[in-house]
Design a protein around this ligand. Structure first.
Ligand code: OOG
Ligand code: NI
Length: 270
């Protein structure tokens, strides 16, 4: 699949489970804006069958290069980001993985069982991240057990492989001078921002400011019946110039740490 088609398909799947993202995009287009995507993000388990390297492979084949790496000690996550050097307009890719070994033996065994119980050929397919949850109908009991240790693990168990957000490139908006203006506009229109660590994560001196809306909630079929879980969210990024005059293209671990929480069930209930 060529990369334009791939990102179109990825957006379609993401928008179908993230009605707020579709609404925000339409609202801004209604104001005359054209939307550009700064980056997407993918989550996975660090199992050798599904780790960051496995997820990154099709992107490397598209011409992406590994750039930065990020550590999240408290959340027990690790991430890398990728850029398309020849095409700076291609969205950056942020891929994180759960550091399974840092959790309980019960969680480790559960993750292994989830992966063992599905057709492992699928992990090597180029379109893995268009496949969503590739394992069987989840159990609510397992979901709650994972959630006690890691919101990320629980989210991954029910959502699977996808882009968990797209990101509006705020630099390219015409009617919004800065991220705060966009945030105010979104709030006036009824969208709820993730305020963990403040509505704006990052500072001009860190060269990146980010905000996001809370993930949508969707109905999910569990073995035990239908329950609500979080799906995906929309992010907004404003980048500043580095000393060389080029926009900063990386990520900031402290900010990312809070952006992850956009899918936390605990923020929904607060
Ligand atoms: C990724 C969170 C981090 C960013 O831009 O810093 C992030 C995730 O929720 O999987 O997207
Ligand atoms: Ni992001």
């Amino acid at each position: 699949m060529n990369s334009t088609l791939f990102f179109e398909e990825l957006w379609k799947q993401y928008a179908s489970k993230t009605p707020s993202a579709y609404k925000v995009k339409s609202l801004l287009e209604g104001e005359g804006e054209t939307i550009f995507n700064d980056h997407i993000a993918i989550r996975t388990f660090d199992d050798l069958r599904t780790n960051i390297e496995v997820i990154a492979k099709p992107f490397i084949a598209m011409g992406y290069t590994e750039m930065g790496e990020y550590h999240f000690e408290a959340k027990k996550l690790y991430a890398k980001h990728y850029e398309h050097i020849e095409n700076p307009d291609a969205p950056k890719i942020f891929i994180s993985q759960l550091l399974t070994d840092h959790f309980s033996l019960e969680l480790q065994a559960t993750v292994k069982k989830i992966l063992d119980n599905c057709n492992n050929d699928i992990f090597n397919q180029d379109d893995l991240i268009l496949q969503g949850r590739v394992w069987e109908t989840p159990s609510y009991e397992v979901y709650k057990m994972l959630q006690e240790e890691s919101e990320y693990a629980a989210w991954m168990y029910v959502n699977g492989f996808c882009s968990n957000h797209f990101t509006i490139d705020v630099n390219k908006l015409e009617g919004f001078e800065n991220l705060n203006n966009l945030n105010q506009f979104l709030k006036e229109n009824g969208f709820i921002l993730n305020s963990s660590g403040g509505e704006i994560k990052g500072t001009p001196s860190q060269l990146l400011e980010q905000s996001s809306i809370l993930a949508d909630k969707i109905e999910m079929e569990f073995i035990e019946g239908i329950k609500e879980v979080t799906s995906c969210y929309y992010e907004f990024a404003y980048r500043y110039k580095q000393d060389n005059g080029q926009l900063f293209t990386g990520f900031i671990a402290n900010s990312a740490d809070k952006i992850f929480e956009s899918t936390d069930m605990k923020l929904q209930e607060a």
